[in-house]
Design a protein around this ligand. Structure first.
Ligand SMILES: *[C@@H]1O[C@H](CO)[C@@H](O)[C@H](O)[C@H]1NC(C)=O
Ligand SMILES: *[C@@H]1O[C@H](CO)[C@@H](O)[C@H](O)[C@H]1NC(C)=O
Ligand SMILES: *[C@@H]1O[C@H](CO)[C@@H](O)[C@H](O)[C@H]1NC(C)=O
Ligand SMILES: *[C@@H]1O[C@H](CO)[C@@H](O)[C@H](O)[C@H]1NC(C)=O
Ligand SMILES: *[C@@H]1O[C@H](CO)[C@@H](O)[C@H](O)[C@H]1NC(C)=O
Ligand SMILES: *[C@@H]1O[C@H](CO)[C@@H](O)[C@H](O)[C@H]1NC(C)=O
Length: 400
């Protein structure tokens, strides 16, 4: 007899909360009360005023739904435009909804430099939180920063910064529009997501037990690992047990980019697998692994401070545009002894010149045997041989 009553009671409670006008947000002034009182929140066609963060420090178990267009008014500042904290939270975009960062009003092709541009969203959540079906347009700067988090799943997103590809005075206007920067996440899944941007599609900086799958990345710098943001703390420079699989990278600088910061504190990268990645229309490298980053770019001088152990690449295919004379399928620049245990198979990337492996060659891949066009080392040897033969020939004619 009691059970039906209990169910009716719970239902009445839930629908009472759904009906609670405090839980439907249409004005910015209503956000704090909804977040403080409700576990089922709808944000409907909200305009977030310039220079304000949409603070979503949610109650345990909250479901928050974005409906219609959420837009963020423009002013130069560093953001973030949205900050989410909570445990066991679900954030979702209703069908047809859009989060509009209005990056087009900020982009001046200087990215980090020039006028300040806000980061779009900062996330710190745990206990099986799910963020699904968010549709994001034009993040002014880095899009999604995932900080200290555990058991978070990101699924079914679109991040569309394609407007940043517009060229003004010879430069694309969008810059440093990273898709996802991950720093301190464990048991993270990012899947079924499309990113069109002008920097790393994903950049994994620190974390463990991360699965990335079914990504479509376009226009950016590839699916990246970038370790060495700390100058003081080993643990912050570690990345363990990552799988990136079944993904596509198109029209990007690189397909796969692993970089460690040569000027950072010590750290470690271990147990990384990239599998079934197809890359097309790359401009620079198919796969690039560099232990020589200083101040955000390659210095050419590799260091051993952050060794890379067990970097396994399986079935990585694609092509490089033939227009760039500095591009190649694989570029490895390791420190002496700081790369080991890499096992590669099924690496087929065409175009560019011959691959370079400095200080380390993975098992299952030969840089010398890699395909390539243009003047290669082997061509150079052939030409020297030819000159020697001509020289001997000429000598034998004229000598008595
Ligand atoms: C709950 O809502 C009321 C207004 O209805 C507000 O005064 C109160 O601060 C809210 N509680 C929290 C914890 O935000
Ligand atoms: C590695 O990460 C995966 C999630 O991608 C997890 O299922 C697995 O248990 C982790 N392995 C170890 C040894 O922690
Ligand atoms: C790396 O993988 C090996 C073999 O699967 C496992 O024994 C080890 O615990 C892993 N280490 C880390 C740090 O993930
Ligand atoms: C290699 O990866 C492609 C996707 O890039 C996939 O279609 C194909 O089945 C994979 N091949 C093997 C042998 O797993
Ligand atoms: C060619 O690659 C270099 C770096 O190696 C890069 O700076 C340049 O933008 C690329 N050019 C084109 C046309 O992609
Ligand atoms: C890195 O950049 C900063 C600021 O641009 C500069 O002060 C510093 O000297 C640079 N470090 C190196 C090693 O180039």
């Amino acid at each position: 007899m009691f059970k039906p009553f209990l169910i009716v009671f719970i239902f009445a409670l839930t629908s009472a909360q759904n009906a609670d006008p405090r839980c439907k947000v249409t004005k910015f002034s209503q956000v704090a009360s909804a977040v403080g009182n409700c576990t089922n929140i709808v944000i409907n066609n909200l305009v977030v005023p310039a220079g304000k963060t949409l603070e979503l420090y949610l109650k345990h178990g909250t479901t928050l739904t974005f409906e219609g267009i959420t837009s963020f008014e423009h002013i130069p500042w560093s953001g973030p435009l949205i900050r989410v904290k909570g445990k066991r939270v679900t954030i979702q975009g209703a069908p047809g909804s859009l989060l509009n960062g209005q990056g087009q009003l900020y982009w001046d092709h200087t990215g980090d430099k020039g006028l300040k541009k806000p980061q779009f969203m900062k996330i710190e959540v745990s206990e099986d939180s799910v963020f699904r079906n968010l549709n994001i347009l034009n993040c002014p700067h880095h899009c999604i920063y995932i900080g200290t988090s555990d058991r978070l799943t990101i699924t079914g997103w679109v991040i569309d910064n394609s407007y940043g590809d517009h060229v003004d005075n010879d430069y694309a206007i969008g810059k440093n529009t990273d898709g996802f920067d991950v720093s301190g996440a464990t048991n993270l899944i990012i899947e079924n997501t499309k990113v069109v941007n002008q920097d790393d599609c994903i950049a994994l900086r620190h974390g463990a037990n991360i699965l990335i799958r079914n990504m479509y990345c376009a226009g950016g710098h590839g699916i990246s690992i970038s370790v060495g943001f700390s100058y003081t703390t080993f643990i912050e420079n570690t990345l363990y047990n990552v799988t990136v699989q079944d993904s596509v990278v198109v029209r990007s600088a690189n397909g796969i980019h692993v970089k460690t910061h040569a000027d950072a504190f010590k750290g470690e990268i271990k147990n990384i697998t990239y599998q079934n990645i197809h890359c097309s229309g790359l401009q620079r490298y198919g796969i690039t692994i560099q232990q020589d980053y200083v101040n955000g770019s390659s210095s050419g001088k590799a260091n051993t401070n952050i060794p890379i152990h067990n970097l396994n690449l399986i079935n990585i295919t694609g092509n490089i545009l033939e227009t760039n004379h500095t591009s190649m399928p694989v570029y490895i620049n390791c420190g002496k002894g700081s790369c080991d245990g890499w096992s590669w198979s099924g690496i087929h990337i065409s175009g560019g010149k011959k691959s370079i492996c400095n200080n380390y060659e993975p098992e299952g891949y030969s840089c010398l045997a890699s395909s390539g066009i243009g003047l290669t080392f082997n061509n150079f040897l052939l030409k020297i041989q030819f000159l020697i033969i001509v020289f001997i020939g000429v000598n034998s004619i004229f000598l008595p």
